[in-house]
Every structure is written in C-alpha cells, then in structure tokens.
Design a protein around this ligand. Structure first.
Ligand SMILES: Cc1cc2nc3c(=O)[nH]c(=O)nc-3n(C[C@H](O)[C@H](O)[C@H](O)COP(=O)(O)O)c2cc1C
Length: 390
C-alpha cells in the first residue's frame, strides 16, 4: 500500500438529528430500533449512541466509512422519522479514536433519565431528584437540553427555506459549504421570468393588498421550482420575478423538457383556475450552455452566494428577454440546439447581440403546442377583462 493510502482516514463518524413521525418517541419504537441496532451494528463493528428527547432523535454512528455511509443511507429512509439533518460528518484514522468503542448502539433516554428516582450526575455532582434543590437543577438541565434541540430544528427549518437548495444539500450531507472550492464546469443556465410583472402588480394593487402580489409570485415560483427539481436541475437563485436555475452540461434535453413542462403547467393553471390573477401567469425562458464558474461569491461574514457566473448566465438572461420580441416563450442558444435529440423541430429565430461581445448569438426555439405566445392584442384583452372583473 502506498503511504498516501495508509494515511487516508478509513473511519467516519456521522451525527444527525431527526424528528419522530409518530410524535413523542414511545418505548416500543425505541426497542424496535435498538433491536435492529444491536443485531446489525456489532456485525459491522459500528458503534455509537442514540439519544431520544420527546419527539427528537440525536444519533452518532461511527465505524468503517463504507459501513457508516450504508447504514446512514438506510436510516435516512426509515419512515419512523423525517427531517433528518446531518449535523456533522467527520473522518478519523484508527480504532482508538472511536468515541463509543464498546457501545453497539447505546440508547440514552433523556426523558426517563431526568424523571428517574435515582441520583444522576450533573456537572460532576450527584443530584437526587427527590431533593427539591437538586430537582430544580435536573429540571433546568432537562429544559435547557430540550430547548437546545428544538432551537436546532427551528434554525435548520429557517436555513432550509432561505438558503439556496444546493447549500442546504451540502449541509444535509455534512459538507461545509464555506470550504467548497470554486470549479470551472459546463452548465446549462435557465432564466424563467414572469411576463409583464409590472402590469400584473398594477392590476392586482387596484383591488387587493400587497400580500396578493406575493401570493401570485409564489404560485409561479412553486410551479417552476417543483418542475426544475423534478427534472434534476438546481435552483441557483430568485431574482425579483425570475427564477435562475442550472442543469449539468450534458442535460440539454432535460432542460428543454423541463421548460416545456413549465409552459404546459402554466397553461393548465390558466385554463383551470377560477382565480382571475392566476389566469395572467405567463413566463418567458432563456437557455444557454457553456463554461461557468461554480462557487461562493461574496464576502464571508456578510453575504455569500453559492452561484454560477460566466458568459452563459448573461446569454441566458439575454435570450429570455429576446423571447418577448418573438412568437415563442422559449429561446435557446446553438450549444443547446446541437445537443437535442433528432426529431425535435427546431426553429431559427435570429441572431442577437450581447453587450461587450463582438460575435452575435444564434437564437433557436422548438415547435411545441405550449410554446406559442399569445398574440399581443389577445394578451391585452385578457388583462382588460381581468381588470374589469375586479
Ligand atoms: C432514529 C433511528 C436510528 C436507527 N439506528 C440504527 C442503527 O444504528 N443500526 C441499525 O442497524 N438500524 C438502525 N435503525 C433502523 C434502520 O433504519 C433499519 O430499519 C434497520 O437497519 C433495518 O434492519 P433490520 O431489517 O435488520 O431490522 C434506526 C432507525 C431510526 C429511525
């Protein structure tokens, strides 16, 4: 074995928290889990501890990296809990570094520990739960621990909702996003923009409050983001009324299929909704493929974006705004066009200029029933009819 191989850490320790799907964790659930753990962990020499507090689990598992990874994948899928968040994943070199060398999986039942009628050790002192002074110490320690676990979950929920999905994913997998190096890579960048946002807000604000504008934006964002995720894309960020997202460089067809699905879903929404404002949700989409830099941009401690930067981003934004001057919702560049499977009926839409670039970009679209823009006069008539209805 080479010296590099000898030095590479063979062991992994995973710490995670999760929420029981059945409320407060019962004795039955605990004993089921421990039965599996005792049976399986000793076979793979996995050690660790499982702490149960009310409806929360906190577990540490450690052992050979492959065994720990496999077990963690199994545990995450277990229907008895959800909201599994990896708090830390670290590696170590040898057996001596295990935290729980002799525990296959020791369960620490914090609820019963603190309600026990025997002495417990807190801060190096024996506390007797029957002694009122000690009881207070025990109760305080218990409530501090429960509060800490609850805060961890709340912080995680806030983080999950506000952070970029790729950053949340890194954290869930135990990676520190701050340590991820920038890479140059090929990506397909999409800009999906709500059509006539300004007019839409004017119409809505004539009769409704600002929260109605936010609701309409969220209806649009939810449809777009769910479909992008379904097709394997990553949401890069929301920019005003626009969703910027990206796909891997070899996924041009997926990016096109995803865009057509978005157009189809929006048409379905407009046809089926009884909400007058939802009938006005249209979007234009620009897609460009090329080299980008993927990484952290901004200032540590102030504001960081894990984002893509590069020519394709500018081109995609430009193609999206170009769509407004065509009869189509979806416009893409030549690199995307060259990747498409045969049979797709591609249409050349013209060449567009980009700021600061000598060469023009050829713009294309695809023949599809959902990719035909409403004529300007029809769109105007639609806006008028909704305004009158209000
Ligand atoms: C919070 C929690 C912790 C778990 N910990 C372990 C564990 O340490 N080892 C284990 O084998 N299974 C553990 N499980 C159970 C696994 O998800 C899975 O059900 C089990 O490994 C299946 O093996 P079996 O078919 O042999 O029971 C845990 C489940 C939950 C919900």
């Amino acid at each position: 074995m080479s010296s590099i191989q000898e030095q590479s850490p063979q062991y992994t320790r995973v710490q995670y928290v999760s929420l029981s799907t059945q409320g407060v964790i019962t004795e039955k659930i605990k004993s089921q889990i421990l039965a599996s753990s005792n049976k399986n962990n000793s076979k793979r020499h996995i050690t660790g501890c499982l702490i149960c507090v009310k409806d929360m689990f906190f577990q540490i598992i450690e052992g050979k990296t492959d065994d720990v990874e496999n077990l963690y994948t199994t545990i995450v899928k277990d229907k008895r809990h959800n909201n599994v968040v990896c708090v830390d994943k670290s590696q170590f070199f040898n057996e001596e570094e295990r935290m729980f060398p002799s525990w296959d999986m020791k369960s620490l039942d914090v609820d019963s520990l603190f309600s026990a009628k025997k002495e417990v050790l807190i801060c190096g002192e024996n506390c007797n739960p029957l002694d009122p002074a000690h009881k207070r110490v025990i109760e305080t320690a218990f409530s501090a621990f429960t509060t800490l676990m609850g805060s961890l979950f709340r912080a995680q929920q806030v983080f999950k909702n506000y952070a970029q999905p790729s950053v949340s994913r890194f954290v869930r997998e135990g990676l520190n996003p701050l340590c991820i190096q920038s890479v140059e890579t090929e990506k397909i960048v999409l800009f999906v923009d709500l059509v006539n946002y300004t007019t839409l807000t004017e119409i809505i604000s004539q009769s409704r409050s600002a929260s109605e504008i936010v609701r309409i934006l969220n209806v649009f964002f939810t449809i777009v983001m769910e479909i992008v995720e379904e097709y394997g894309g990553d949401i890069t960020k929301l920019i005003g009324d626009c969703v910027m997202c990206h796909f891997d460089g070899h996924d041009s067809q997926k990016a096109i299929d995803c865009s057509l699905k978005i157009l189809q879903q929006l048409e379905l929404l407009r046809n089926e909704t009884t909400d007058p404002f939802e009938k006005l949700i249209f979007c234009t989409i620009g897609i460009s493929k090329g080299k980008v830099i993927l990484g952290n941009v901004g200032t540590v401690g102030r504001k960081l974006d894990y984002t893509v930067i590069g020519d394709s981003v500018n081109t995609s934004a430009r193609l999206q705004s170009f769509a407004s001057s065509t009869q189509y919702y979806l416009i893409f560049d030549e690199n995307v066009k060259n990747d498409l499977e045969s049979g797709d009926s591609v249409i050349f839409c013209g060449s567009i200029e980009l700021k600061g670039k000598r060469n023009t970009v050829n713009a294309y679209t695809i023949e599809n029933e959902y990719n035909r823009r409403l004529l300007k006069e029809d769109l105007k008539a639609l806006y008028c009819s909704v305004s009158l209805e209000m």
